[in-house]
Design a protein around this ligand. Sequence first.
Ligand SMILES: Nc1nc2c(c(=O)[nH]1)N[C@@H](CN(C=O)c1ccc(C(=O)N[C@@H](CCC(=O)O)C(=O)O)cc1)CN2
Length: 296
Amino acid sequence: MADIIDGKAFAEGLRARVATVAADFEAQAGRKAGLAVVLVGEDPASQVYVRSKGKQTVACGMASFEYRLPVETPEAELLALVEKLNCDPAVDGILVQLPLPSHINEQKVIATINPDKDVDGFHVVNVGRLATGLPGFVPCTPLGCLMLLKDKLGSLSGFEAVVVGRSNIVGKPMAQMLIAESCTVTVAHSRTKDLPAVVRRADIVVVAVGRAEMVKGDWLKPGATVIDVGMNRIPAAEDGKTKLVGDVDFASASEVAGAITPVPGGVGPMTIAVLLRNTIVSAHRAAGLELDESVL
Ligand SMILES: Nc1nc2c(c(=O)[nH]1)N[C@@H](CN(C=O)c1ccc(C(=O)N[C@@H](CCC(=O)O)C(=O)O)cc1)CN2
């Protein structure tokens, strides 16, 4: 049976390290680091994530600024709020919760965030910085995956990695980060021919496709490390309830893999912990204070 990679425990440790660094920051800068989170509308899952972000920000000793706007908020009003936050010296990180209502252009909103406060790492400037190896911000979910991989495997140099999924938020940045770690990287997607054969080559498999339990155990090289980014709600056995599953069929995959992240409790909790990490990094840069990022 595979080792279970406990993302919940790793995220707890990361938050504790962020809290220590945040206390040092406050002592040196004379202010708390600050994160602004903007939610438009009342999507139930987004409300839960935004509430958790606020609570965890405060628990780490940082200031949380939360903006909840009605679903019918005009795009121009949201852009004006982002511009105001760009100029606010108490705000080190800005995050606009996705998805946005359909009348708002997501790309336009992301492009309006100051890249140096873009703790989500979605702005094209940060995408370019990641692609060219310059310091910036990288998206929280793939950075969380990378931290779990390095914790499990140490150096990733020379490993064959397959990323299944090519989204801007997970698949593409994940591939860039694995290239930077000297992996040999393949990005597979819905049009990939013979996907099981491609996945079977990999020492490291990262799956982010949004299809419940798609990757089966017999697709895997024995001993592979499997990172499941999927979060899919499917009907539970009988009682009309639902359960959360990943993009990997955990039962069969855990019989073949060397190590695997569960869903829930794997990659998910890392997303918010890494957001807090990015925020404290941003605060140091804004204040011109040195930070040894390897302590985080
Ligand atoms: N601006 C952004 N929007 C969104 C992001 C993001 O990184 N930036 N990511 C997701 C949602 N998300 C945070 O915003 C997020 C998703 C999942 C989890 C998590 O802890 N999941 C748990 C299970 C939770 C459950 O039971 O429903 C787990 O996997 O264990 C945290 C944050 C989309 N939007």
